[in-house]
Design a protein around this ligand. Structure first.
Ligand code: SAM
Length: 329
C-alpha cells in the first residue's frame, strides 16, 4: 500500500517541483512581502513557516520536521488541492500578519495544512490496493475476539460506519442494523460497497456518501444510534479525529454511542506523521481521545489499549474507545 502511495506522490512531487522556479525567501519580511501578491501560495507560506519556526514552541517545530513542511516536502504533491481548500483561510491569515507575529499566524496555517495534507495522503494511500482482499479473512476472528465483546450492548438500529473500505465490517453490522450509512473519503471504496450491498440486504437499508475527509455534513443531526469505525481511524491525524468527533456528537441521537478504534502511538511520537509511523499509526492517544470527547460533549463509557494480543504489531499501539452522547443534550 505505502509503496504505491510513495510512487504516486513522488511522481506528483517531481511534476510540481518543476513548476516552482522562484528562490526561497531569506527573511520573514521578504516572505510576507511576497505573500501580499499571492496570499494563497502554499510555497510562500511554507517559506514563512520555515523562517518563523525559531519563534515557535518545540512541539510545532517537531511537526514541521515530521510532516516535512518545506518547499521540497511531500505536501507539495497536494499543492493545488490545499491551495483550493485553504484559499479563504490563507487570505485571512495574510491579513492577520499585519497585527500578529508570523510565528503565531503560521501555527494556525500549519495546523490546517497538516489536517488537509494527512487527509489527502491517507485517502490516496487507500484508494486501491490489496489491503481489502487481504484483510477480509481476518474479520470473523477480529469481530468475535475483539470487537463484539466491546460493542454487544450498543444500539445497532441506525449505524453510521465511518471509513468502511470494501465493507468487511459492514457485512457483520448489517445483520444487526435496520439502516447502515457508509461514509468514506474514497469514491472507489463507496463504489465497492455499493456493488457489494446495493440498496437493501435482508431488511437493512443502505445509504452511501463520500466525505471530504473530516466532516459528516451530509448526515442529519441526531439521526444515528451508533457510529462505528474499525481499522481506519488508526491512521487519522489527531486533528482529523478531533474534527470528526464534533461531527459524531452532532449526528448521534441522545443516548447513542460511537465505537472508535484509533491510534495510541502518539504516546511514543506525539507530533508525528502517520505515514512514517509503525503500522502507519497516527499521533492520536487514548488520553487525547478522552480530551477531544469531553470537548465535543461526549462521555467516555469504555476505553482500553490494544496491542499484540489483538493482532497489532506493538504493545499498546492502538486503543478502543466507546463514547456516548448524553441523553439530555
Ligand atoms: C485500512 S482501510 C480500512 C477499511 C475498513 N475499516 C476495514 O476494516 O477493512 C482505511 C479506510 O479509511 C478510509 N479513509 C481514509 N481517510 C479517511 C478520512 N479522512 N475519512 C473517511 N475515510 C477515510 C479509506 O478510504 C479506507 O476505506
Amino acid at each position: 500500500m505505502m509503496r504505491s502511495l510513495l510512487g504516486r506522490i513522488r511522481r506528483k512531487l517531481s511534476r510540481v517541483r518543476t513548476q516552482i522556479t522562484s528562490p526561497p525567501s531569506t527573511t520573514e519580511k521578504q516572505a510576507i512581502r511576497r505573500l501580499r501578491d499571492q496570499p494563497r501560495s502554499l510555497v510562500l507560506w511554507l517559506d514563512l513557516i520555515g523562517l518563523s519556526a525559531p519563534g515557535m514552541p518545540e512541539a510545532l517545530r517537531d511537526q514541521i520536521r515530521s510532516h516535512d513542511l518545506t518547499r521540497t516536502g511531500v505536501i507539495l504533491g497536494f499543492k493545488d488541492e490545499l491551495e483550493s481548500r485553504m484559499g479563504a483561510d490563507l487570505d485571512a491569515a495574510y491579513k492577520r500578519l499585519e497585527a500578529e507575529s508570523a510565528a503565531s499566524v503560521c501555527a494556525d496555517v500549519m495546523a490546517e495544512m497538516i489536517r488537509l495534507k494527512t487527509i489527502a495522503q491517507c485517502r490516496d494511500a487507500h484508494a486501491e490496493g490489496n489491503y481489502y482482499r487481504d484483510a477480509e479473512p481476518y474479520m470473523q476472528k477480529q469481530w468475535d475476539g475483539v470487537i463484539w465483546p466491546i460493542i454487544q450492548n450498543l444500539d445497532f438500529q441506525h449505524v453510521l460506519e465511518l471509513a468502511p473500505g470494501h465493507g468487511r465490517n459492514t457485512e457483520f453490522l448489517r445483520r444487526l442494523a435496520t439502516s447502515i450509512t457508509l461514509v468514506d473519503v474514497n469514491p472507489n471504496c463507496i463504489q465497492a460497497c455499493r456493488e457489494r450491498f446495493g440498496e437493501r440486504v435482508d431488511g437493512c437499508q443502505f445509504r452511501y456518501f463520500v466525505t471530504d475527509g473530516d466532516s459528516l455534513a451530509m448526515i442529519d443531526s441526531e439521526s444515528q444510534t451508533l457510529v462505528y469505525s474499525f481499522d481506519s481511524m488508526v491512521h487519522f491525524d489527531s486533528s482529523v479525529v478531533k474534527a470528526y468527533l464534533h461531527e459524531i456528537a452532532r449526528v448521534l441521537r441522545p443516548g447513542g454511542s460511537a465505537f472508535l478504534h484509533h491510534s495510541n502511538y502518539g504516546t511514543v511520537a506525539p507530533n508525528s506523521d502517520w505515514a512514517h509511523n509503525p503500522g502507519n499509526r497516527s499521533d492520536m492517544t487514548a488520553e487525547r481521545m478522552r480530551a477531544f470527547a469531553s470537548e465535543a460533549g461526549l462521555e467516555v463509557t469504555f476505553q482500553r489499549l490494544s496491542g499484540l494480543a489483538d493482532g497489532w504489531g506493538l504493545e499498546d499501539l492502538d486503543a478502543f474507545s466507546v463514547l456516548r452522547r448524553p441523553d439530555g443534550r
